[in-house]
Ligand binder design. Sequence first.
Ligand SMILES: NC(=O)C1=CN([C@@H]2O[C@H](COP(=O)(O)OP(=O)(O)OC[C@H]3O[C@@H](n4cnc5c(N)ncnc54)[C@H](O)[C@@H]3O)[C@@H](O)[C@H]2O)C=CC1
Ligand SMILES: O=C(O)CCC(=O)C(=O)O
Length: 449
Amino acid sequence: MPKIDEKLLPVFEDVLRRNAGEVEFHQAVEEVLESLGCVIAKHPDYMSRALIERLCEPERQIIFRVPWIDDKGRFRINRGFRVQFNSALGPYKGGLRFHPSVNVGIIKFLGFEQTFKNALTGLPIGGGKGGSDFNPRGRSDAEIMRFCQSFMTELYRHLGEYTDVPAGDIGCGAREIGYLFGQYKRLTNRYEAGVLTGKGLTYGGSRARTEATGYGATYFVDSMLRTKGTSFDGRRAVVSGSGNVAIYAIEKIHEFGGKVIACSDSSGFVVDDNGIDLDLLKETKLVRRERISAYAEAKGAGAVYSEKGSIWDVPCDVAIPSATQNELTGKDAKSLVDNGVIAVAEGANMPSTPDAIRLFHEAGILFGPAKAANAGGVATSALEMQQNASRDSWTFDETEARLAAIMRRIHDRCAETADEYGAPGNYALGANITGFVRVAEAMQALGVI
Ligand SMILES: NC(=O)C1=CN([C@@H]2O[C@H](COP(=O)(O)OP(=O)(O)OC[C@H]3O[C@@H](n4cnc5c(N)ncnc54)[C@H](O)[C@@H]3O)[C@@H](O)[C@H]2O)C=CC1
Ligand SMILES: O=C(O)CCC(=O)C(=O)O
């Protein structure tokens, strides 16, 4: 199994030393470096020009205080982050995560991954990520708005349509993007639509952006299945999470003729053998903002809620982890493989642990890594920027057709690169190398940056 090439070990040791304790960032870097031994053998100049070291060091890291007042008049303080990772290909681009677990290491791993993912889309976007340890759960609308306004009151000076363009992520959806955009507009006195993506359709958002990550992951799986002469038709799928990515992955799988039989949230999971009722799931999660247990209660017969065990023990043909990092362990991967899974694609960022990925590769199943499989969201954000720049607004079908074409291209590029480097079918290797080479070539052309 791949290990880091000895020429790259000093780079990794440096990352560990300079970013002590940032375990998710270490994990993300290690996974990419394991793929790059064969690249530096072909391109020794990448080493001599320190391109890999430069790529592991963010261009800029911003950490700031976010003070706000809750509904009871109490003063609250959160910490805000924006890691502007790499702008060789375009303005920094990547979401904002609002979740109590957020820290600089998590934002750094996400920004690092984003840089390669954005490169893979083939579109002119650099990589960045941000967020806060703010917990939106149980907060009123007014509290969310005050928090977002305070967050933007610092962040706005670091943003711009040619500089850095955030979007949503966990805990940051259309409502939060609206409040953030409103405050940006107030502070700058500019209607700079291209400064944020994931906007509402009434003020410059793109059709299909909401659906894009989940739809895109499903297109990616469909492309992988086609290489084996098969499809979603009649297949059982499990999708973890029940947020933005999960909901629209479920929607598209159903359109493709598959049946999603389980989904989850951070408290437990639901198995519904008749297939997840998407209208009820949307009502539960997007409108009433309730726990997934409320779905099972409302659905009644056929739907079983559980807080014990793992969603990955539910037998399925296709699995799309779409909740959070490291949610699918080696043990879960073994269970999926033993139960006959044929394809796994990462809707979330880094949801599979290194052990799990190793097992999927050893078992020879189709494995779509996050950088490729969930790139549809950011790609459609780039399409939103295009529409904003040309003051245009495309139809849903036109935008989705572009998304589908981008996902098929990403799939094919990863597969071709894997073939070229002697590892046919290894999409993870293909994604890492394709993304890396595109950024490295641009950095090389731009001088010592
Ligand atoms: N929204 C987007 O366009 C994109 C999101 N992603 C990634 O997809 C994943 C999900 O993001 P969204 O759907 O946007 O967020 P969301 O906030 O809409 O939904 C997150 C879902 O994950 C669940 N969850 C969170 N922590 C969990 C845990 N520890 N265990 C089990 N479930 C947990 C939540 O209950 C919720 O159902 C994240 O890894 C995010 O970085 C990746 C690409 C684009
Ligand atoms: O749409 C975007 O700019 C960011 C999406 C994102 O955060 C991700 O791909 O993880």
